[in-house]
Design a protein around this ligand. Structure first.
Ligand code: SD4
Length: 335
């Protein structure tokens, strides 16, 4: 992830004019990076896509299952667990950057091809919130548990208690305390949720999304990632979508549900993601510090992504392909 550090200096490219509604709708997305390979053909073959570079390791774990004709649901859970358990990743699970009180609080959700879903939010001291979310989905009549209740449930289900604050993240937090300036930085480690979407050989879709949320957030803050319809949405008749970036902006437009609805109405995954980004642009006067990215996968195995600021990418894996794809973007970065 280091290679994303400090590489973004945003070009104003006309500044405010670009964020007017007219400019948004007429802005031509960058197209040279996503090749025609974004159109997989309908071959009943499995595919997995996931956000950011850490998606590569997650996809590999998901593929262990998908490649053996396993279910998309098992694949998405196994995939994001890898990221959650990676202490070097400071935006998800173990090692996540804490809130301003020094607490690592985690949000996650999972959804399958039957519209079953489960979520946990503001969960502490449990390494793999995605697996707790799956248990909420499968073993309770509810969709979401939060805070102490989620923790109690996890412990009852046998999840061990674990201190998730690594010394590196504690050090970063103590450094942050010197200024206590809450300012999400675009495309940096303080907001790099993993969202992972999979289509299995049976033609079923599932998705998972998990994060430690925005670094140094207010204690108790929950973003889009555990919210079904915001951070993640799956409709097996149509497709699946997930989001990364500033969760407040995603929640305001019910982002992932909107992307899926747009696909239902005929948009390609990339077009649907772009239109969702357009909606966000219309609701914000200033996007200088606002990054949001969506990725989407439809029933035919077509995929795409779109973000506000250049620099968001996602990992793709199929039987024959394994690559990072630079998402199309609204505003170009100054290199
Ligand atoms: C949140 N959406 O908590 C998450 C953070 C994130 O890339 O996705 N960062 O708002």
């Amino acid at each position: 992830m280091k290679d994303r550090r400090n590489f973004l200096k945003l070009s104003l490219l006309g500044g405010a004019a670009l964020v007017s509604p007219t400019a948004c709708t007429s802005a031509e997305p960058n197209t040279e990076k996503e090749s025609p390979s974004t159109k997989q053909t309908k071959t009943n073959s499995a595919i997995v896509i996931s956000t950011w570079y850490h998606g590569q390791a997650a996809n590999a774990a998901a593929w262990e299952i998908l490649g053996k004709k396993g279910s998309a649901l098992d694949a998405v859970e196994a995939g994001v667990r890898v990221t959650e358990s990676d202490p070097k990743n400071q935006s998800v699970g173990l090692g996540g950057l804490p809130d301003r009180e020094g607490k690592v609080t985690l949000d996650a959700c999972i959804m399958n091809h039957k519209n079953d879903c489960g979520a946990v939010a503001f969960l502490q001291d449990i390494e793999n919130p995605i697996s707790v979310a799956r248990k909420v989905m499968e073993e309770t009549p509810h969709v979401m548990l939060v805070g102490k209740g989620a923790y109690q449930f996890a412990r009852e289900k046998g999840f061990p208690k674990k201190n998730l604050l690594t010394s590196e993240s504690e050090k970063a937090w103590k450094e942050w305390l010197k200024t206590s300036n809450y300012k999400p930085v675009i495309n940096r480690e303080n907001h790099d949720t993993i969202g992972l979407l999979a289509l299995d050989e049976m033609g079923n879709l599932s998705g998972a999304c998990t994060t430690s949320g925005m670094a140094y957030k207010l204690h108790g803050r929950v973003g889009d990632s555990p919210l079904i319809g915001a951070g993640l949405f799956v409709d097996n008749e149509v497709g699946a979508a997930c989001a990364t970036g500033v969760g407040e902006a995603v929640i305001r437009i019910a982002g992932s549900a909107i992307v899926v609805e747009l696909m239902r109405h005929g948009r390609t995954p990339m077009e649907a993601c772009k239109e969702a980004v357009d909606r966000i642009l219309k609701k914000h006067d200033n996007i200088d510090d606002l990054q949001v990215g969506f990725i989407a996968l439809n029933k035919e195995g077509e995929y795409g992504g779109f973000c506000i600021h250049e620099g968001f990418n996602y990992a793709l894996k199929t039987k024959t392909q394994e690559e990072m794809v630079d998402a199309k973007f609204y505003r170009k970065a100054e290199k």
